[in-house]
Design a binder for this molecule. Sequence first.
Ligand code: SF4
Length: 272
Amino acid sequence: MSVRCIYCHHMCELEPGKTGYCGTRMLRNGQSVSLNYGEITSLALDPIEKKPLALFHSGSYILSLGSWGCNMRCPWCQNESISRDRVRSVSVTPEEIVQRALELRPQGNIGIAYTYNEPLISYEFIQDTAAAAHEAGLKNVLVTNGMGTPELLSELLEHIDALNIDLKTIVPEQYERIGGDLDTVLENIEEASYCAHVEVTTLVVPGFNDNPDEMAKLARTLAEIDPEIPLHVTRFFPAAEMRTTPPTPVQTVYRLADIARKYLRYVFVGNC
Ligand code: SF4
């Protein structure tokens, strides 16, 4: 018998023995379970600005971890090596991660960031780790494509202090092309902004979302949620299926950021 997975907008019908679209969740004992619980592929102490978060504990550091798998298929993926396939990983428990984060406090560490690949497909591990981190007095940061089911994200937000959420395009059909859903991400940005610090990132990809009218609409839409939400307009570099596409011209990034500034109070450029 198959079971519907409710962890993201894809709502995959999970068949016995098969994984869903993300490649990380599977049917076991009648439930959708994550195959990458505690499976870490990257662990680093990063500056908080690298998440990117510009207006949350500036100058601090955060222990950043990632696993493998993703529920979108962006042809420009900047983390292709861990987002497409199951790769070699190290098993850790939430308690071990919290302990490591506490040990790094003297180096300026404020907590734990769930990042690199899409964290919301590893919902249970983040829930367990974030709860333990809060108990230990640490901060939790989620860096996500925003495609998690709004109801489940709401529950997780109890333990999340800050988020950076991708807003990849303002055109619904373009979102669908890359396996996403515009309404879901907008709903999640709004919901998260009520109870946590939220910043948004738009990676400017040549030929996909570098149209000035689209940037104006994107910034206007974000401003309707809250004009104080910081927006990071960042530069694409060749990767994944777009390895032969030249990087976004710096001038394009600056021009689009200027357009966004007409609607939003805080706009930052990145990778320039
Ligand atoms: S989390 Fe994975 S299995 Fe579940 S609905 Fe999303 S893509 Fe499908």
